[in-house]
Design a protein around this ligand. Sequence first.
Ligand SMILES: Cc1cc2nc3c(=O)[nH]c(=O)nc-3n(C[C@H](O)[C@H](O)[C@H](O)COP(=O)(O)OP(=O)(O)OC[C@H]3O[C@@H](n4cnc5c(N)ncnc54)[C@H](O)[C@@H]3O)c2cc1C
Length: 439
Amino acid sequence: MKKNSINIIGGGLAGSEAAFFLSKHGVKVNLFEMRPDVETPAHKTGLLGELICSNSLKSNRLDTGGGLLKAELNILESSLLKIAEENQVKSGAALTVDRKSFSEEITRLISESKNISLIREEVTNPENLEKPILIASGPLTSPGLSGWMKSVLGEKHLYFYDAISPIISWESINQDKGFFESRYGKGSKNIFNLPMSDTEYKNFWTELTNGEVTPLKEVDKLIYFESCLPVEEIARRGIKSLLFGPLRPVGFENPKAKGAKAVLQLRPESPEGQFFNLIGFQTRLKYGEQKRIFRLVPGLEEVEFIRFGSMHRNTFINSPAHLKNNLQFKKLSGVYLAGQISGVEGYIESVMSGLIAGISILSSLKGIEFTSPPPESMIGAILKTILTYKKNFQPINANFGLVPALITKIKNKKERRNAQAERALRTLKNWSDGFVEKI
Ligand SMILES: Cc1cc2nc3c(=O)[nH]c(=O)nc-3n(C[C@H](O)[C@H](O)[C@H](O)COP(=O)(O)OP(=O)(O)OC[C@H]3O[C@@H](n4cnc5c(N)ncnc54)[C@H](O)[C@@H]3O)c2cc1C
């Protein structure tokens, strides 16, 4: 290797994953993280790899996008996925983590790594740093750095909003009104459910749709992303929309759910189960309105809010126009981009993007040409999509719609996806053995 060091901007999910990968391969990493001195509108701590909304890293099932993506990351020995698995909270079929111990462990391992220097500083002009540089500053990139990107890329940024679900305390719930069970009995049973009658639901829906929301800043353009729509926005689409979404009353055997019009689900936030989040209840309602409206749900009459839901700007660049297949900027040699800002959407997708950027940078440091992951794999399919998207680019999360069809048609959806997953894992393993292992 001619050069053996890298500057990474952002110690979030993508930046930390890339730092772990490169440091394990003997590269000296300077990891710049601006928190806690400079804050973002959503992070609450100075910890690396902080999860800012849900504590779920999605399903583990291979016939789901998130499940397949995690299986592929396991083949590539993702460091953050390993830490997530070691810090999980049992919850249905999903990989759900204790957010505090997850981020604390990332921070501890990075701080103790002899190849990584953690520098608590905001970078506003990467041109002052030596190349290679990886920008992994996330959806809440500081205004200074996004201003630099805007000036260099010469193109307008794109903005949209995400929403955070409220977290409530277990002891403040009237537990007699609900029951533990996971829908259709899948996975463990520590999801707590609160049923609502027809009258209770109608009253709740009316108040929710009329609730006062935080005003939008004029400069921000509102583009909702379908997988993280605010609950009041889903409700406004019609009185039944929540009943087919987060409040669907199906898949329960407990007698308390019999005849229920709607069921609100609560997911544990910590292994001790003292905090729960309201699943699918990301919101832009004002805090006072959240108290008033969510307390209409039977069982939550006197609930204590540990954290209110909220909504924030999310920044990403037009990757198809600006990135090469190795995640390097077309205009800026030696500068790479990873994570949510590159147009992937989601925690695990950001981890994946950081890992691929790490692999790409290592190959470049060693003078080996980067080979893209196979398009049949979920990783390859996501990257191919963000690099070739034609019009109105929007962030992409892991889903089977991106994976190419099989040559032989399989009618049954589950069987078809399992066959696609088997092919994805096989081709990714070949890529790993034939390229990654040889760098
Ligand atoms: C409000 C919100 C809620 C979200 N909720 C979910 C969810 O529930 N589930 C999900 O799957 N995805 C969610 N996402 C999307 C996405 O998965 C996460 O934002 C994820 O953390 C992105 O990972 P990242 O590494 O790209 O960015 P981050 O994890 O945000 O890491 C970027 C890091 O860069 C630092 N930084 C920023 N600018 C600078 C600078 N100039 N100099 C130095 N450091 C800098 C930041 O402090 C941060 O630590 C959410 C996004 C937002 C905005």
